[in-house]
Design a protein around this ligand. Structure first.
Ligand code: ARG
Length: 588
């Protein structure tokens, strides 16, 4: 459906043109003085110079032409030349009825659907997920869902870190503990065992131990580097052990991401890009982009216009080893080959921005991507504790994601059971849903690039700009609808009437903005726009609810209209939170 602002603008633009002014002056926006009007057009001021006329005269001309138009309840020219508009109630009602009939709630499908890959999550194998990975998962998942909703083909890839020194460290530590394992017998030619020689909890303990050792024990570090090289060069036993690490780790990651309602289409890994590296390197050398500098193979990516230094891309280290950059470049080749994406969006900590500047420039310069392939870096800020420093456990350690989620769920459970008797099992389930809304909304309501403070009390509150408040509002609507149904009535679409009250109209106007908000949220990769939209919408609804007797309304048509309006509000809210990656319970 066409956006309501476009419909109004079109009308006013035609009037400008009809009065002999350029149509473009007739663009209408949402009023920034809601006490005076709902929409406004400031074009008369802009046109004054051109037409050598007082702006109010232009505004008067246009208003005179539109005075009788049924689209408006009120259209007035005010000094010095504003055109203030109140839209007609039946126009809004019709718009909402149209929206209700549309399964996409008025949001148009992209005219030219693109294939978009989203690189998010970015967990590292065998390391526990920590809060740093939380943001990438939450934001990336939301962008993926928004992109799909507006009609693009979106492919989410977790892009696991599975190839660096961390693997060598783990292998070396396992070897020290269980040297007798067949993986380390280089003369072994048989099948390797199916069962992994460690559990996930052992694995999660092995990595930090090994990493700690490598910092103080030079010989251990050497051994780990050697193990990494052996793994990368394809030594059979090392590969088999690595595969075991992957299996155990991925099973656990899937469970954790599942709890977050985050689902990847692809479980690709850094290692999957390795086969593309040799040819890529050869080509870069051949075409003269890559050259040796102090033993390393590099590509210059600096530009004259740079205000800060952009160091060259190191493609191979002096020992010939591939780096994070190399992997990311080769992954671009792989993605192009397998999916030919129009765009790749990387949702990664903004501290990695320079890395991506280098990778993108190098990919363009060396022709790894087509000219019109978009490469976007969506860098996010840090999640801090109340002390303003990166979020830690009470003991000052790295907070594991599972623990963070458990803490929130516990707090939600406490709140839900505080004031009333509820079935424990149901309360636990509800606490999970509400807890997830607290975490995700707490994160997504901030502009992604900004740091934010993780504030458990604030995020889990049922009041204010929080996930639980939004869910509470949805549940309130559902309960009214259920009561209406219980009285033997059907909730029907398409019967929304001209609003009678102020708060009713405000709610209706808020709903009309859904399509334009969604489009903006996608174009700007900005889930926070959805959050602020639904927060305002929830407030508008609650305002209406407090002023209106809904179920006890005597006029049956009016009541049916209220119920329709409630149901549309619910649908818009539920669709929105689904795009944010969480859902509402039936009761709470
Ligand atoms: N594994 C990386 C990390 O933990 C993030 C990966 C981001 N994606 C990428 N294509 N580099 O920092």
């Amino acid at each position: 459906m066409e956006k309501i602002l476009d419909l109004i603008s079109k009308k006013v633009m035609d009037a400008f043109e009809g009065c002999g002014y350029e149509a473009s002056y007739g663009k209408v926006g949402i009023s920034n003085r809601p006490d005076l009007c709902e929409y406004q057009c400031n074009g008369a001021m802009a046109g004054a110079k051109k037409y050598k006329k007082a702006p109010i005269m232009i505004a008067n001309d246009v208003v005179a032409a539109l005075k009788e138009d049924p689209m408006f309840d009120e259209i007035v020219a005010v000094n010095p030349g504003f055109i203030n508009i109140r839209i007609a109630g039946d126009f809004v009602a019709e718009y909402l009825n149209g929206m209700q009939a549309d399964e996409r709630l008025s949001v148009e499908k992209a005219a030219e659907p693109k294939t978009i890959m989203i690189d998010y999550g970015g967990a590292n194998v065998a390391k526990p997920l920590h809060v740093g990975h939380l943001r990438s998962a939450i934001i990336g998942e939301s962008i993926k869902r928004i992109g799909r909703f507006v009609g693009h083909k979106v492919i989410g890839d977790v892009h696991l870190g599975d190839w660096g020194l961390q693997m060598g460290l783990i292998i070396t530590e396992v070897k020290e503990r269980q040297p007798e394992l067949v993986y380390f017998d280089e003369s072994y030619e048989g099948e390797y065992p199916e069962e992994a020689p460690f559990t996930i909890s052992e694995l999660e303990e092995i990595y930090p131990t090994a990493s700690g050792k490598s910092k103080v024990d030079e010989a251990f570090r050497e051994a780990a580097l050697e193990a990494t090289a052996k793994l990368q060069s394809g030594v059979r036993g090392y590969r088999a052990l690595w595969q075991q690490i992957l299996n155990v780790s991925i099973a656990d990651l899937k469970k954790n991401y599942g709890n977050l309602n985050v689902e990847f289409d692809l479980w690709k890994k850094e290692s999957d890009a390795q086969p593309y590296i040799p040819e890529m390197v050869e080509e870069m050398k051949e075409k003269g982009y890559a050259y040796m500098d102090q033993g390393a193979l590099i590509v210059d990516v600096a530009k004259e216009s740079d205000t800060k230094e952009v160091p060259p891309c190191i493609i191979l280290k002096s020992d010939g080893a591939a780096l994070y950059t190399t992997t990311d470049l080769a992954t671009i080749i792989e993605r192009r080959k397998l999916f030919d994406p129009d765009e790749i969006i990387y949702v990664v900590d903004k501290r990695q921005e320079m890395h991506f500047i280098q990778v993108f420039r190098c990919a363009r310069k060396t022709g790894l991507v087509k000219e019109d392939t978009g490469l976007k870096f969506l860098g996010f800020g840090t999640m801090n504790g109340k002390d303003g420093k990166p979020f830690k456990t009470r003991e000052g350690g790295v907070m594991r994601l599972e623990h963070l989620i458990a803490d929130i769920n516990e707090e939600m459970f406490r709140k839900i059971t505080e004031n009333h008797e509820v079935d424990e099992a149901e309360a636990r389930e509800t606490a999970k849903l509400v807890g997830l809304s607290a975490i995700k909304y707490g994160d997504l309501s901030n502009q992604a690039s900004k740091d934010y403070v993780f504030d458990l009390d604030k995020f889990t509150s049922f009041e204010g700009n929080t996930g639980p408040y939004i869910l509470y509002t949805i549940v309130r609507i559902k309960s009214i609808l259920n009561k209406y149904r219980a009285g033997g009535n059907a909730v029907e679409k398409g019967h929304i009437l001209v609003p009678e009250g102020e708060s009713e109209k405000a709610l209706m106007l808020a709903l009309t903005g859904f399509n334009s908000m969604i489009q903006q949220a996608f174009e700007e990769l900005a889930p926070h726009k959805i959050c602020s939209f639904i927060y305002d919408l929830a407030n508008d609804f609650n305002h209406f609810y407090h002023e209106t007797k809904i179920l006890s309304e005597e006029d049956a048509d009016r009541k049916r209209s209220y119920i329709g309006l409630l149901d549309l509000t619910r649908e818009v809210l539920e669709t929105s939170i689904d795009l944010l990656g969480f859902a509402a319970p039936e009761r709470m």
